[in-house]
Design a protein around this ligand. Structure first.
Ligand code: HEM
Length: 227
């Protein structure tokens, strides 16, 4: 037990927790994208609202939801710890040497992209999740999404955040597998490709909602709003 706790609080332990929670959150994103795609069914938002109802009333899903929020919390806390730890170990930041090798601006700034995604998440949860679950709002969730994306700043915030999320995942995916020990030549190249494809899927998939709703492309927004 003590050994497990020591491992958890060590740098390696925290990296492992970050990798595992990150991959768990990636699986959540696939489920969430599948749910959101119901918005495109041109059925006035019925399938999307039914899917949301199913999630709320399913006991297994409600339990997984606790794991989801726990996972987000652990991922953020460990990210903060590791960033501060790295700063302490190297108080003077390199001026130029980071520009070489495999490192990219995004791989060096996972803390920054992660923090912006966290701000997005807080706004996102406040708009849809908290209002319905805790403030007794009982409107059609599909209509709420359509109305939210009529706002310039809301649609722009989502689009910007989805690009950053893609960049965060592009590096995070391969980094997680590296931490889990899959860092030999044979695995790293395919993992890098899978990570990039996953990041593209998330950015294009989630990024399509603000664009399609804001411009009412294919009449999706009017169909849901009954116009
Ligand atoms: C851009 C497209 C997105 C749309 C239209 C969207 C829509 C929604 C809606 C309507 C809910 C409320 C579900 C309910 O309470 O029944 C929700 C919940 C949630 N969203 Fe999103 N979402 C989007 C992107 C994202 C992204 C990129 C993330 C993560 C980075 C995310 C994380 C969450 C979480 C954690 C919840 C609460 C848990 C849950 O209900 O499953 N969402 N989203």
């Amino acid at each position: 037990m003590i050994a497990a706790l020591k491992m958890f609080y060590s740098t390696l332990g925290r990296k492992l927790v970050m990798a595992l929670t990150g991959l768990f959150l990636a699986v959540f994103l696939l489920e969430h994208l599948y749910g959101n795609l119901q918005l495109y069914k041109m059925d006035g938002g019925l399938a999307f609202n039914e899917y949301g109802e199913f999630l709320v009333h399913n006991i297994v899903i409600r339990t997984v939801e606790f794991a989801l929020f726990g996972g987000i919390l652990l991922h953020v806390i460990d990210a903060l710890f590791l960033t501060l730890h790295n700063r302490k170990a190297r108080p003077v930041r390199y001026a130029v040497s980071h520009q070489a090798g495999n490192s990219t601006w995004f791989s060096r700034n996972m803390g920054l992209t992660g923090s912006i995604i966290l701000v997005f998440l807080v706004i996102h949860l406040k708009t849809f999740f908290v209002t319905h679950r805790f403030q007794g709002v009982d409107t059609s969730m599909a209509q709420d999404v359509a109305v939210a994306f009529q706002s310039n700043w809301y649609a722009a915030l989502y689009l910007f955040s989805m690009v950053l999320l893609g960049a965060h995942l592009n590096h995070g995916f391969q980094s997680a597998f590296q931490t889990l020990g899959w860092n030999n030549h044979r695995y790293m190249k395919p993992l890098k490709i899978v990570g990039t494809l996953f990041a593209l899927l998330v950015t294009i998939g989630f990024g399509s909602f603000p664009i399609i709703f804001y411009f009412d492309l294919f009449g999706v927004a009017s169909n849901i709003l009954g116009q």
